[in-house]
Design a protein around this ligand. Sequence first.
Ligand code: SF4
Length: 342
Amino acid sequence: MDERANSFFQDDNVYLRSNDYFLRADGLTMHFPAKTDRFGRPVSWIHAADGVSFQVPKGKTMGVVGESGCGKSTVGKMLMNLYRPTSGRIYYDGRDITGLSARERRPYQQKMQLVWQDPYSSLDPRMHVGDIIGEGLRNFGLTSTREEYRERVFELMRKCGLFPEEANKFPHQFSGGQRQRICIARALATNPEFIVLDEAVSALDVSIQAQIVNLLKDRQQESSLTYLFISHDLNIVRYISDEVIVMYLGQIVERGTMETVFQTRAHPYTQALFSATPVFPPVPGGKKERILLEGDVLSPVDPPVGCRFAGRCPYATEQCRKEEPLWSRVEENHYVKCRLYP
Ligand code: SF4
């Protein structure tokens, strides 16, 4: 397979622009064994992520969209060292942090935080919320006195729209939106520079989602935080992101600045995905017709060569099924992996 197929960086030097990225994933690949032989050796593999490459400048938000099972969360987990990539590199502020030992990784654990989808299960029900929020302060020794610790916890609570006088309550005494605020306060405690938000507002009511997203934006402006915002909700991604990547079956198929991708929707999969969700406010000049996809989703177990979307794509040709498409430049800072583009 042509190396260019999986990497923006090898594919188009224009994409590199400069070294202004803060976090960079280069060819991240994650394969899990699907089946083993009688000796326990894998004979087939689930391709959860294949050659995922992107970069996020400091203080910006990269949105990641796609159907469930497309590999969005796998990418977030590789960045957070919860999965060790099968191949590919992760660069953080210019340093290759792939495969660091636990000790070498520790300073990055402080700077990189993760907020999960489920605020119900990610909080220890037996701990006071003040102690939950202060966990990172204790783990990394970020305060020297008990008084300083208390003040910092209270400050984090205030910043995240919680009342310090509720620090001695338990998680079950808070609503879903407040619990997600607790999760965000806990993530902010270590003064992170980069946060992966994995469906962080998906479990919340729409009105609460807006409050949490505004909270995230405020904290980002204040501290130049860099976000990877993983979500299936296109409206929220549009509201918070500067750039967006669209994933399908473990691969990025389109990426660009948020408005160019929302307006142009170059890849046939992006067109179908976006047509299924009304976007508010409507994108000027955006396409409105609903596209219903036919055909089956390809299995992620040892997918064949060729375009992974070919089985559902209305424009698929024999060549699409035989050869993996390369990256094409649609316009400045907008790339698509499809044969329809020269
Ligand atoms: Fe469709 Fe071919 Fe483009 Fe794949 S490469 S999205 S099958 S036109």
